[in-house]
Design a protein around this ligand. Structure first.
Ligand code: ATP
Ligand code: MG
Length: 436
């Protein structure tokens, strides 16, 4: 036998029955996004590498070491494209919104779902292909939209039956405020340089804010004692933060202020937030986002404010595992047992009509080339399918233009004689019986 092939490390197959949980979550998201008037956007998985370098920032974990990038084959002029599998979707959304001039008639509320790629060390809740669902509101400056996005996420947790989360918020202020804070922050870390790890020392001058986001426990104290960004914010920044908090409070949403919350991406300003849980170990952030008022301009678009979040689908589903078992793949309504291959044309026509009427029908599939298999083995499959009824396409029944219907599940009342023998051409009566 040929050698077995396996999936790429850190990239998972999503198989039934587990895939039903994914569909269940995605369906809930679609309905909810509709209620908040967010519309779906789908951008390509491959983008020019430059999009992420410019969009996410050169001195970030993602761009420094996590991207799947490659040089495309040369075109006929010998030029190569540098391409990257998207590690996140905000940069792409901004590109698309700018490229298609989507903000010409006002702000847009958008959402996406799909795979993202980061070359991280795989572990529980951290994969190399993972999935995000994200919501972005572009062209809106007010804190009410920051609040709307947070309320939308909270509504989603409620819909999903997820209760084990807390909301952390912070404000990163505006670039000038950050610049003042940055100088003080560098001074603080320089005074304590011996307490910094290698990565922090390297980022001390390029991206000191990111040191606050470090997960190294040895640096906890030096980070706790660092100057706080919030103390550098001016009146408008504080007012924005206050109106967000007031709306959250009015809605009874509990939040905590986390001064160390700076987010791993460079593009944020003013509001940043994370939904976190203690039940997933180190990978406790299930949803994260914030405002990025300067990104659109930085990407070559007409200046416009924006805010958004992204949630990690794997982490949310992992959390739900312990909390609900609401997702069951529904069994088919009926299983079609087909005595002889000669019955297949007539049976397939009847099954098509039933399905068009909304009945879920699983047809027996032969496993060998020489016929449909014994009735005994077909009934065994019918039982195993979980279907409530078997439909028996036997020669005698077909000769009368009929099919036999047999209840498979105990507890189901017996069918009347007329229900047990349905006319192939009376789909309405037949499907009513199967729905009963
Ligand atoms: P972390 O701090 O866990 O590395 P991050 O700040 O890199 O997260 P974002 O880029 O903000 O994460 O992505 C939003 C969400 O996507 C995260 O909160 C998390 O739930 C999920 N996520 C990010 N990276 C991964 C990954 N490699 N595997 C699974 N989920 C991920
Ligand atoms: Mg990360």
């Amino acid at each position: 036998m040929a050698e077995k092939l396996t999936a790429v490390k850190g990239m998972n197959d999503i198989l039934p029955p587990d895939s039903a949980r994914w569909e269940w979550l995605e369906d809930k998201v679609r309905v909810l996004m509709g209620r908040y008037a967010y519309r779906n956007i789908r951008t390509p998985i491959l983008e020019h590498t430059q999009l992420f370098v410019r969009g996410i920032g050169e001195v970030t974990d993602i761009v420094e070491k996590e991207m799947y990038s490659f040089e495309d084959r040369a075109d006929k002029n010998g030029a190569h494209d540098h391409l990257t599998m998207r590690p996140e979707n905000t940069a792409s959304v901004v590109r698309a919104v700018t490229e298609h001039n989507m903000l010409y008639d006002g702000g847009k509320r958008l959402y996406y779902m799909g795979p993202m790629f980061r070359r991280e060390r795989p572990q529980r809740g951290r994969y190399r292909q993972f999935h995000q669902i994200g919501a972005e509101a572009l062209g809106f400056a007010g804190a009410e939209v920051d609040a709307e996005l947070i309320l939308l996420a909270v509504a989603l947790w409620k819909e999903l039956g997820l209760s084990d989360w807390r909301l952390e918020i912070n404000s990163l202020g505006q670039p000038e405020e950050r610049a003042q804070h940055r100088a003080q922050l560098i001074a603080h870390f320089e005074q304590n340089a011996d307490l910094l790890d290698e990565e922090a020392r390297r980022r001390l001058h390029s991206n000191p804010l990111r040191i606050l986001d470090s997960k190294n426990p040895a640096m906890k104290a030096v980070i706790e004692s660092a100057p706080r960004l919030i103390d550098f914010l001016g009146v408008p920044s504080l007012a924005h933060f206050e109106s967000l908090k007031t709306i959250l409070d009015a809605n009874g949403i509990a939040w905590t202020l986390n001064h160390r919350l700076v987010r791993g991406l460079d593009y944020y300003n003013l509001t940043v937030f994370e939904f976190v849980t203690d039940r997933l170990g180190a990978q406790g952030t299930i949803c994260a986002g914030g405002r990025y008022d300067y990104l659109i301009e930085q990407m070559g678009g007409k200046p416009a404010p924006a805010v958004g979040w992204a949630l990690g689908v794997e982490r949310v589903l992992e959390l739900l595992k312990g909390q609900t078992d609401v997702v069951v793949t529904p069994a088919p309504d009926a299983y079609a047992v087909i005595a002889e291959s000669s019955a297949l044309p007539a049976a397939s026509v009847a099954l098509q009509a039933l399905r068009a009427a909304g009945i879920r029908v699983q047809m027996h599939g032969s496993t060998t080339a020489d016929g449909m298999g014994s009735m005994k083995s077909q009934f065994k499959k019918a039982d195993g399918s979980g279907a409530r009824f078997a439909l028996i396409f036997g020669a005698d029944e077909l000769a009368q233009g009929c099919v036999a219907v047999k209840p498979l599940r105990s507890g189901k009342s017996d069918l009347t004689p007329s229900q047990s023998l349905q006319r192939l051409d009376d789909i309405a009566a037949w499907s009513d019986t199967l729905r009963s």
